[in-house]
Write a protein that binds this ligand. Sequence first.
Ligand SMILES: NC(=O)c1ccc[n+]([C@@H]2O[C@H](COP(=O)([O-])OP(=O)(O)OC[C@H]3O[C@@H](n4cnc5c(N)ncnc54)[C@H](O)[C@@H]3O)[C@@H](O)[C@H]2O)c1
Length: 257
Amino acid sequence: MDFKEQVVVITGAGQGIGQATAYAFAQRGSRVVVNDLQRETAEATTRTINERGGQAIAVQADVADEAAVRAMFYQAQHHFGAVTTLINNAGYVPFLPLMDYTAAIWDKTMAVDLKGIFYCVQAAVPQMERRGGGRIVNIASVHASATLPGTSAYAAAKGGIVSLTRTLALELGPKHIRVNCISPGAIETDALKAYFDSLPPEESEARRQYLLGWHPLGRFGQPDDIAQVALFLCSDQAAFIHGSEIVADGGCLARLF
Ligand SMILES: NC(=O)c1ccc[n+]([C@@H]2O[C@H](COP(=O)([O-])OP(=O)(O)OC[C@H]3O[C@@H](n4cnc5c(N)ncnc54)[C@H](O)[C@@H]3O)[C@@H](O)[C@H]2O)c1
Protein backbone atom coordinates (compact mmCIF):
# COMPACT_ATOMS: atom_id res chain seq x y z
CA MET A 1 0.00 0.00 0.00
CA ASP A 2 1.44 3.32 -1.10
CA PHE A 3 1.98 5.97 1.59
CA LYS A 4 -0.56 8.20 -0.19
CA GLU A 5 -3.26 5.57 0.50
CA GLN A 6 -2.43 5.30 4.19
CA VAL A 7 -4.49 6.83 6.98
CA VAL A 8 -2.15 6.83 9.96
CA VAL A 9 -2.95 7.21 13.65
CA ILE A 10 0.13 8.11 15.71
CA THR A 11 -0.25 8.25 19.48
CA GLY A 12 1.81 10.68 21.55
CA ALA A 13 2.67 12.64 18.41
CA GLY A 14 2.79 16.13 19.94
CA GLN A 15 6.56 15.94 20.38
CA GLY A 16 9.59 13.68 20.19
CA ILE A 17 9.57 10.42 18.24
CA GLY A 18 5.82 10.55 17.57
CA GLN A 19 6.04 14.05 16.12
CA ALA A 20 8.98 13.12 13.86
CA THR A 21 6.99 10.09 12.68
CA ALA A 22 3.94 12.26 11.95
CA TYR A 23 6.11 14.62 9.86
CA ALA A 24 7.69 11.69 7.98
CA PHE A 25 4.35 10.10 7.01
CA ALA A 26 2.79 13.44 6.10
CA GLN A 27 5.75 14.30 3.87
CA ARG A 28 5.05 11.13 1.87
CA GLY A 29 1.40 12.04 1.39
CA SER A 30 -0.28 9.98 4.14
CA ARG A 31 -3.25 11.41 6.00
CA VAL A 32 -2.17 11.67 9.62
CA VAL A 33 -4.11 11.68 12.89
CA VAL A 34 -1.89 13.39 15.45
CA ASN A 35 -2.90 12.15 18.88
CA ASP A 36 -1.55 13.44 22.16
CA LEU A 37 -2.63 13.87 25.75
CA GLN A 38 -1.59 17.53 25.37
CA ARG A 39 -3.98 19.35 23.06
CA GLU A 40 -1.60 22.27 22.33
CA THR A 41 1.30 20.12 21.14
CA ALA A 42 -0.98 17.93 19.00
CA GLU A 43 -2.46 21.05 17.41
CA ALA A 44 0.96 22.66 16.85
CA THR A 45 2.24 19.50 15.12
CA THR A 46 -0.89 19.38 12.98
CA ARG A 47 -0.55 23.06 12.06
CA THR A 48 3.03 22.51 10.90
CA ILE A 49 2.00 19.55 8.72
CA ASN A 50 -0.91 21.41 7.14
CA GLU A 51 1.19 24.55 6.55
CA ARG A 52 3.70 22.38 4.67
CA GLY A 53 0.90 21.10 2.40
CA GLY A 54 0.20 17.84 4.25
CA GLN A 55 -3.06 16.52 5.65
CA ALA A 56 -3.43 16.09 9.41
CA ILE A 57 -5.94 16.45 12.21
CA ALA A 58 -5.22 16.71 15.92
CA VAL A 59 -7.09 14.51 18.38
CA GLN A 60 -6.53 15.05 22.08
CA ALA A 61 -7.07 11.73 23.86
CA ASP A 62 -5.58 9.68 26.66
CA VAL A 63 -4.63 6.28 25.21
CA ALA A 64 -5.35 4.75 28.62
CA ASP A 65 -9.03 5.83 28.34
CA GLU A 66 -10.96 3.28 26.29
CA ALA A 67 -13.89 5.58 25.48
CA ALA A 68 -11.53 8.37 24.37
CA VAL A 69 -9.62 5.94 22.13
CA ARG A 70 -12.83 4.69 20.50
CA ALA A 71 -13.94 8.29 19.91
CA MET A 72 -10.54 9.08 18.34
CA PHE A 73 -10.81 6.23 15.83
CA TYR A 74 -14.39 7.22 15.03
CA GLN A 75 -13.18 10.78 14.37
CA ALA A 76 -10.26 9.51 12.27
CA GLN A 77 -12.57 7.46 10.05
CA HIS A 78 -15.10 10.25 9.77
CA HIS A 79 -12.42 12.70 8.63
CA PHE A 80 -10.03 10.60 6.51
CA GLY A 81 -11.74 7.23 5.91
CA ALA A 82 -10.83 3.91 7.51
CA VAL A 83 -7.48 3.77 9.29
CA THR A 84 -4.77 1.63 7.64
CA THR A 85 -1.81 2.27 9.93
CA LEU A 86 -1.34 2.56 13.67
CA ILE A 87 1.85 3.72 15.39
CA ASN A 88 1.55 3.01 19.13
CA ASN A 89 4.11 5.51 20.39
CA ALA A 90 2.65 7.23 23.50
CA GLY A 91 4.69 6.39 26.55
CA TYR A 92 5.08 7.22 30.22
CA VAL A 93 8.25 6.58 32.19
CA PRO A 94 8.64 7.22 35.92
CA PHE A 95 12.20 7.10 37.26
CA LEU A 96 12.30 5.73 40.80
CA PRO A 97 13.42 2.63 42.67
CA LEU A 98 10.84 -0.14 42.91
CA MET A 99 10.67 0.22 46.71
CA ASP A 100 9.52 3.84 46.29
CA TYR A 101 6.70 2.98 43.87
CA THR A 102 3.05 3.38 44.73
CA ALA A 103 0.49 1.09 43.12
CA ALA A 104 -0.90 4.16 41.35
CA ILE A 105 2.43 4.89 39.60
CA TRP A 106 2.81 1.23 38.63
CA ASP A 107 -0.77 1.12 37.28
CA LYS A 108 -0.39 4.37 35.33
CA THR A 109 2.75 3.07 33.61
CA MET A 110 1.02 -0.16 32.60
CA ALA A 111 -2.11 1.70 31.52
CA VAL A 112 -0.32 4.15 29.22
CA ASP A 113 2.52 1.96 27.93
CA LEU A 114 0.71 -1.37 27.53
CA LYS A 115 -3.07 -1.17 27.92
CA GLY A 116 -3.21 1.85 25.61
CA ILE A 117 -1.91 -0.39 22.82
CA PHE A 118 -4.64 -2.94 23.56
CA TYR A 119 -7.32 -0.23 23.31
CA CYS A 120 -5.88 1.26 20.11
CA VAL A 121 -5.48 -2.10 18.39
CA GLN A 122 -9.04 -3.15 19.27
CA ALA A 123 -10.38 0.10 17.83
CA ALA A 124 -8.15 0.07 14.73
CA VAL A 125 -8.46 -3.51 13.49
CA PRO A 126 -12.09 -3.38 12.27
CA GLN A 127 -11.20 -0.30 10.17
CA MET A 128 -8.07 -1.99 8.80
CA GLU A 129 -10.12 -5.04 7.85
CA ARG A 130 -12.43 -2.81 5.82
CA ARG A 131 -9.33 -1.58 3.93
CA GLY A 132 -8.21 -5.17 3.28
CA GLY A 133 -5.26 -5.02 5.67
CA GLY A 134 -3.05 -2.71 7.69
CA ARG A 135 0.19 -2.06 9.51
CA ILE A 136 0.81 -1.70 13.24
CA VAL A 137 4.11 -0.52 14.72
CA ASN A 138 4.54 -0.57 18.49
CA ILE A 139 7.29 1.54 20.02
CA ALA A 140 8.98 -0.63 22.64
CA SER A 141 12.50 0.07 23.96
CA VAL A 142 15.92 -1.44 24.52
CA HIS A 143 14.65 -1.63 28.12
CA ALA A 144 12.81 -4.77 26.99
CA SER A 145 16.25 -6.44 26.76
CA ALA A 146 18.67 -4.58 29.06
CA THR A 147 17.78 -1.91 31.55
CA LEU A 148 18.78 0.46 34.34
CA PRO A 149 17.90 0.79 38.01
CA GLY A 150 14.84 3.00 38.51
CA THR A 151 12.87 1.89 35.45
CA SER A 152 11.15 -1.29 36.67
CA ALA A 153 7.54 -0.72 35.54
CA TYR A 154 8.68 0.84 32.26
CA ALA A 155 11.03 -2.05 31.46
CA ALA A 156 8.31 -4.56 32.34
CA ALA A 157 5.80 -2.77 30.12
CA LYS A 158 8.25 -2.53 27.21
CA GLY A 159 9.08 -6.23 27.52
CA GLY A 160 5.32 -6.79 27.41
CA ILE A 161 5.09 -4.80 24.18
CA VAL A 162 7.63 -7.05 22.45
CA SER A 163 5.66 -10.14 23.54
CA LEU A 164 2.33 -8.55 22.62
CA THR A 165 3.72 -7.73 19.17
CA ARG A 166 4.36 -11.43 18.54
CA THR A 167 0.87 -12.51 19.66
CA LEU A 168 -0.72 -9.79 17.53
CA ALA A 169 1.35 -10.92 14.55
CA LEU A 170 -0.07 -14.43 14.91
CA GLU A 171 -3.66 -13.25 15.34
CA LEU A 172 -3.71 -10.44 12.79
CA GLY A 173 -1.48 -11.88 10.05
CA PRO A 174 -4.41 -13.80 8.52
CA LYS A 175 -6.23 -10.44 8.25
CA HIS A 176 -3.26 -9.03 6.26
CA ILE A 177 -2.36 -6.73 9.12
CA ARG A 178 1.42 -6.67 9.67
CA VAL A 179 2.56 -6.03 13.23
CA ASN A 180 6.10 -5.17 14.32
CA CYS A 181 7.82 -3.22 17.05
CA ILE A 182 10.80 -0.90 17.24
CA SER A 183 13.09 -0.83 20.26
CA PRO A 184 14.84 2.53 20.27
CA GLY A 185 17.94 3.15 22.34
CA ALA A 186 18.63 6.57 23.85
CA ILE A 187 16.91 9.15 21.63
CA GLU A 188 17.33 12.86 22.31
CA THR A 189 13.82 13.88 23.32
CA ASP A 190 12.24 15.38 26.45
CA ALA A 191 11.96 11.83 27.85
CA LEU A 192 15.76 11.41 27.78
CA LYS A 193 16.19 14.88 29.28
CA ALA A 194 13.77 13.87 32.07
CA TYR A 195 16.00 10.90 32.84
CA PHE A 196 19.09 13.08 33.20
CA ASP A 197 17.08 15.66 35.17
CA SER A 198 15.96 12.90 37.58
CA LEU A 199 19.58 12.48 38.71
CA PRO A 200 21.35 14.74 41.21
CA PRO A 201 22.87 17.68 39.22
CA GLU A 202 26.44 16.59 40.02
CA GLU A 203 25.76 13.13 38.51
CA SER A 204 23.73 14.18 35.49
CA GLU A 205 26.52 15.29 33.09
CA ALA A 206 28.81 12.43 34.13
CA ARG A 207 25.99 9.99 33.45
CA ARG A 208 25.36 11.55 30.04
CA GLN A 209 29.01 11.12 29.07
CA TYR A 210 29.05 7.56 30.44
CA LEU A 211 26.00 6.57 28.39
CA LEU A 212 27.42 8.24 25.29
CA GLY A 213 30.49 6.04 25.76
CA TRP A 214 28.26 2.98 25.37
CA HIS A 215 27.30 4.09 21.86
CA PRO A 216 29.81 2.93 19.23
CA LEU A 217 28.40 5.55 16.85
CA GLY A 218 29.39 8.20 19.40
CA ARG A 219 25.98 9.87 19.58
CA PHE A 220 22.48 9.45 20.93
CA GLY A 221 19.68 8.92 18.42
CA GLN A 222 17.46 11.63 16.98
CA PRO A 223 13.65 11.27 16.72
CA ASP A 224 13.88 11.00 12.93
CA ASP A 225 16.18 7.95 13.25
CA ILE A 226 13.16 6.10 14.65
CA ALA A 227 10.62 7.75 12.33
CA GLN A 228 12.54 6.35 9.33
CA VAL A 229 12.37 2.81 10.75
CA ALA A 230 8.61 3.19 11.30
CA LEU A 231 8.22 4.38 7.70
CA PHE A 232 10.18 1.39 6.41
CA LEU A 233 8.09 -1.06 8.44
CA CYS A 234 4.91 0.46 6.97
CA SER A 235 6.23 0.39 3.41
CA ASP A 236 5.78 -2.39 0.86
CA GLN A 237 9.55 -2.99 1.06
CA ALA A 238 8.88 -4.54 4.48
CA ALA A 239 6.10 -6.81 3.14
CA PHE A 240 7.56 -9.97 4.75
CA ILE A 241 8.61 -8.42 8.07
CA HIS A 242 6.00 -9.47 10.61
CA GLY A 243 6.15 -10.11 14.36
CA SER A 244 9.67 -8.66 14.54
CA GLU A 245 11.46 -6.42 17.00
CA ILE A 246 13.75 -3.98 15.19
CA VAL A 247 16.38 -2.60 17.55
CA ALA A 248 17.53 0.93 16.62
CA ASP A 249 20.02 1.84 19.33
CA GLY A 250 23.24 2.95 17.64
CA GLY A 251 24.88 -0.32 18.67
CA CYS A 252 24.29 0.12 22.41
CA LEU A 253 23.05 -3.44 23.04
CA ALA A 254 25.97 -4.92 21.09
CA ARG A 255 28.38 -4.26 23.98
CA LEU A 256 28.99 -6.92 26.63
CA PHE A 257 31.15 -4.84 29.00
N1 LIG B 1 13.56 8.92 24.00
C1 LIG B 1 14.11 7.73 24.21
O1 LIG B 1 15.30 7.62 24.53
C2 LIG B 1 13.28 6.48 24.03
C3 LIG B 1 13.98 5.26 24.06
C4 LIG B 1 13.25 4.08 23.90
C5 LIG B 1 11.87 4.13 23.74
N2 LIG B 1 11.22 5.33 23.73
C6 LIG B 1 9.77 5.29 23.57
O2 LIG B 1 9.41 6.08 22.47
C7 LIG B 1 8.10 6.63 22.68
C8 LIG B 1 8.17 8.13 22.50
O3 LIG B 1 9.14 8.62 23.38
P1 LIG B 1 9.68 10.13 23.33
O4 LIG B 1 11.08 10.08 23.81
O5 LIG B 1 9.36 10.77 22.03
O6 LIG B 1 8.79 10.74 24.51
P2 LIG B 1 8.26 12.22 24.80
O7 LIG B 1 8.02 12.26 26.27
O8 LIG B 1 9.11 13.26 24.17
O9 LIG B 1 6.84 12.19 24.05
C9 LIG B 1 5.83 11.33 24.44
C10 LIG B 1 4.51 11.93 24.03
O10 LIG B 1 3.46 11.04 24.47
C11 LIG B 1 2.42 11.82 25.02
N3 LIG B 1 1.65 11.02 25.95
C12 LIG B 1 2.03 10.62 27.20
N4 LIG B 1 1.03 9.94 27.78
C13 LIG B 1 0.02 9.88 26.88
C14 LIG B 1 -1.27 9.31 26.91
N5 LIG B 1 -1.70 8.68 28.00
N6 LIG B 1 -2.06 9.43 25.81
C15 LIG B 1 -1.61 10.10 24.71
N7 LIG B 1 -0.40 10.69 24.64
C16 LIG B 1 0.41 10.57 25.71
C17 LIG B 1 3.14 12.97 25.72
O11 LIG B 1 2.25 14.07 25.94
C18 LIG B 1 4.24 13.28 24.72
O12 LIG B 1 3.83 14.23 23.76
C19 LIG B 1 7.69 6.19 24.08
O13 LIG B 1 6.90 5.03 24.01
C20 LIG B 1 9.01 5.88 24.73
O14 LIG B 1 8.88 4.94 25.78
C21 LIG B 1 11.91 6.50 23.87
